[in-house]
Design a protein around this ligand. Structure first.
Ligand code: 4HQ
Length: 229
């Protein structure tokens, strides 16, 4: 899968996708992540990319011209699913991330300032938000999206590991995990994990996941149609 990121601040991405799982996925050819500086496409002599909002108001708005030209150059006549990161988009969910992982090409547009000229929406397929808070730009949301989607690209996670096992995939939060030592500063690993049978361990983990979800995110139980008793 190829992912192009259109941004005014490509330096923010330096090193982010080169290490750990995504670094390996890129080395293996599973992922190809490229950043593009929107400013390089500004056709005015000062390479200006933003301007005052029509109608007045605080802040600046990203101009359509550099974004349109950047998008056209990067897309290059191929098909790609084009996403704008914005707090007014639909919330990114694990279900949507899994669907996005099936595209051959994604193009992510990171907005800055007070937002982008509304006409940019004519070259966007989908608006996505990573949460109901406002950040200074769409770069961090783009990184979150890339990471979240990449986990669903076959082969990106380790050998037998799959994104399906993880938190949220069954609608529940993760059960508690332990590693050695069995006793750390007097804190014992639950007996069942040390000596329990596999079926009992699975049952215990499910119960713990339900409990944790009920405590921390009760709304998730309703959303995935889970019973709490
Ligand atoms: N921003 N989820 C403002 C976000 C955001 C979010 C991106 C900040 C767009 C103009 N994006 N710019 N939350 O806060 O996606």
């Amino acid at each position: 899968m190829r992912i192009d990121i259109l941004t005014l601040f490509p330096e923010m991405f330096c090193g982010v996708f080169g290490t750990s799982m995504l670094g390996r996925a890129q080395a293996n050819g599973l992922l190809d992540i490229r950043t593009h500086n929107i400013r390089d496409y500004a056709d005015n002599k000062h390479r200006k990319t933003d301007d005052y909002p029509f109608g007045g108001g605080a802040g600046m708005v990203m101009m359509p011209q550099p974004i349109f030209d950047c998008m056209e150059a990067v897309q290059g006549g191929e098909t790609a699913h084009r996403i704008l990161l914005t707090p007014r988009g639909r919330l990114l969910t694990p279900e949507r991330a899994k669907e996005l992982a099936a595209f051959d090409r994604l193009i992510l547009l990171c907005g800055h300032y007070e937002g982008v000229d509304e006409r940019v929406n004519t070259i966007i397929d989908e608006e996505l938000s990573i949460g109901d808070y406002v950040l200074t730009g769409g770069e961090l949301p783009a990184m979150v999206l890339v990471d979240c989607v990449a986990r669903f690209v076959p082969g990106v996670l380790g050998s037998e590991q799959s994104a399906e096992d993880e938190s949220h995939s069954d609608g529940l939060l993760e059960y508690p995990q332990y590693t050695r030592p069995a006793n750390f500063r007097g804190m014992e690993v639950p007996e069942i994990l040390q000596n329990g049978h596999h079926a009992n361990i699975l049952k215990w983990r499910h119960e713990q996941a339900l409990l944790k979800t009920k405590q921390m995110r009760p709304v998730l139980l309703g959303r995935f149609g889970k019973k709490t008793e």
